[in-house]
Write a protein that binds this ligand. Structure first.
Ligand code: G4P
Length: 530
């Protein structure tokens, strides 16, 4: 295999998702520790400092102690080059998280063993299912009292609609946590609480069929329970099938404790064996195969003013095929221009490193002079194709925006349009008017504060927001529908997006059904396309 193909095939790009506090940050830190990307001292840090180290570009983050932006981490482990797309855990930033998932080839879902499937996990999961990407489950915090293991699996299957296949099985939890049973090797790995921030301690492997040794290691009661559970499990759980994992229909489940380093390396090793090399992506000309095609990429995220001193705007792209080399000429398909990317960099947490080369699977950030939009394609100058657009996720909160100083109209329109281009908010207009009335839709309410803050600080424009009662938005799929003749409900509002596409807002879900009933042939969708 050529060097270039080898480079692509050793790449693994995945997103890590969880409900806040399930242990995503801790697990990510442990991965980095095994990969040697951070040193021991650096890995032991409190939540507050860890979060701020990742992104301290915005005052709001500091004030509220949450991470607003996603970051990308790259590290080497066992010959693999791993790209982790970290996603903000706070529920208010899910729009950005959704987009990040579009750039990943698989997802690692971290679940707190005492909480099970939580709201945030459910939402993010919907996107993974939509994309049919493989999902790997790490059930964390076994060193604390956990829910019944069968019930946890049942919950994942029922709530998320995906079959589960435990790769290992926990022996007790909390104070009685003894380790895990490795189903493939049919042996147990005993738990030892290693110091925070150090690598996994020595675990002892004991073959499960050696009754005496098993009892000696974990006690009679735990050994009996384990035998019973394994028998039940072997009879009831889905068989491991890599094809089903790859198509996103079966999730391999692992148990462990990120904080005490137990089960983390086990997970990483198995996960890397099961997950895929960079996947082919669908373009309007067909699928583009990563190692058979020259450079191409799509933009999944744009972020302005990451560094206030420079007032820069950075477009993040996922390389989908080939190799990127410094100062190479590329074509921006949507802009119809051939260009050199400006200072391509790898954004590693708070550090930036100028890149000489990058391969399919990697994520790079480039300075954007305001020409890129989310979903745009870049390819070689001689080529012409575009990747499938990134869906626009349905906002759930709406507000009317009023400008305090009407003299600053130009800055206001510029600011709000730029922030909307980044995808943090979506802006709409009344159906029959222009830019004078703007309605903002967001996935999480905190984005309203972010919008207000950024308009004031970056564009010097003060706004007032008037909350609107709508919670459901629907894009009209059949373009031939005449909106003026649409028979809706009394709580329905007609609006349009910036491209003039008609949409409907509803206060409750019941009205959506009612409107569908009243208008034959009407097709409504929860997701818009850019
Ligand atoms: P998140 O990124 O998913 O939001 O979670 P994070 O890793 O920040 O973990 C949330 C809390 O759970 C942290 O405690 C962390 O130490 C703890 N935690 C993570 N993994 C485990 C585990 O395996 N076992 C136990 N017992 N706790 C775990 P914190 O007190 O909020 O912060 P910190 O001061 O300990 O950093």
């Amino acid at each position: 295999m050529s060097d270039y193909k080898q480079e692509i095939n050793r790449r693994r790009t995945f997103a890590i998702i969880s409900h806040p506090d399930a242990g995503k940050t801790t697990l990510t830190e442990k991965f980095l520790l095994y990969g040697g990307a951070i040193n021991l001292a650096g890995s032991v840090k409190g939540k507050a400092t860890a979060r701020h180290a990742v992104s301290d570009w915005m005052e709001i983050e500091k004030e509220r102690g949450i991470s607003v932006t996603s970051s990308v981490l790259q590290f080497e482990y066992g010959g693999f080059c791993i790209n982790i797309l970290d996603t903000p855990g706070h529920q208010d930033f899910s729009e950005d998280t959704y987009r990040t998932l579009m750039a990943a080839d698989s997802a690692v879902m971290v679940i707190d063993a005492s909480k099970g499937v939580e709201a945030q996990t459910r939402k993010l999961f919907k996107v993974c299912v939509m994309r049919k990407i493989p999902i790997f489950t790490f059930i964390n915090k076994l060193d604390r009292d956990a829910n019944d293991t069968f019930e946890l699996l049942d919950e994942i299957e029922k709530e998320l609609g995906i079959a589960t296949c435990p790769v290992n099985w926990p022996i007790g939890s909390g104070k009685r946590f003894k380790g895990v049973y490795d189903r493939e090797r049919k042996c147990i790995l005993t738990y030892s609480d290693t110091e925070k921030g150090t690598k996994e301690g020595e675990t002892t492997q004991i073959p499960a069929e050696d009754s005496d040794k098993l009892t000696e290691a974990i006690g009679q009661e735990a050994a009996d329970t384990l035998r019973e559970e394994i028998e039940l499990l072997d009879g009831a759980s889905a068989e491991f099938d890599l094809d089903l994992v790859r198509s996103g229909d079966l999730t391999p489940v692992f148990f462990g404790s990120a904080l005490t380093n137990f089960g983390v390396e086990f997970f990483l090793q198995h996960f890397l064996k099961m997950t895929t090399t960079p996947l082919p992506r669908k373009a309007d000309t067909g699928f583009i195969v990563p190692d058979e095609h020259d450079f191409s990429a799509f933009i999944f995220k744009i972020q302005a003013n990451m560094n206030k001193a420079h007032r820069d705007r950075i477009a993040f792209m996922r390389i989908c095929s080939g190799k990127y080399e410094a100062s190479m000429e590329v074509k921006h398909v949507q802009g119809g221009k051939v260009m050199r990317l400006s200072q391509p960099q790898q954004i590693m947490a708070s550090e930036r490193k100028i890149l000489d080369e990058a391969y399919a699977g990697d994520i790079i950030g480039v300075f954007d002079p305001g020409i890129f939009s989310i979903g745009d394609t870049l390819c070689m100058p001689k080529e012409q194709f575009s990747y499938e657009g990134i869906p626009t996720f349905a906002p759930e909160h709406f507000a009317r925006v009023r400008q305090v100083d009407t003299m600053k109209r130009k800055q206001f329109v510029k600011g709000i349009t730029q922030i909307a281009q980044e995808g943090a908010i979506q802006i709409f207009q009344e159906f029959n008017t222009g830019m004078e009335e703007i309605i903002v839709g967001v996935v999480g309410v905190l984005q309203f504060d972010v919008l207000k803050y950024r308009l004031e600080n970056e564009y010097n424009v003060e706004i007032r927001l008037e909350n609107l009662p709508y919670e459901h938005i629907r894009w009209i799929e059949n373009k031939e529908i005449d909106l003026n003749r649409l028979v809706g409900t009394s709580d329905m509002k007609k609006i349009k997006d910036l491209k003039g596409n008609p949409l409907l807002l509803f206060v409750n879900a019941w009205s959506v059904g009612m409107t569908l009933d009243r208008n034959e042939g009407l097709k409504l969708s929860e997701f818009g396309r850019d």
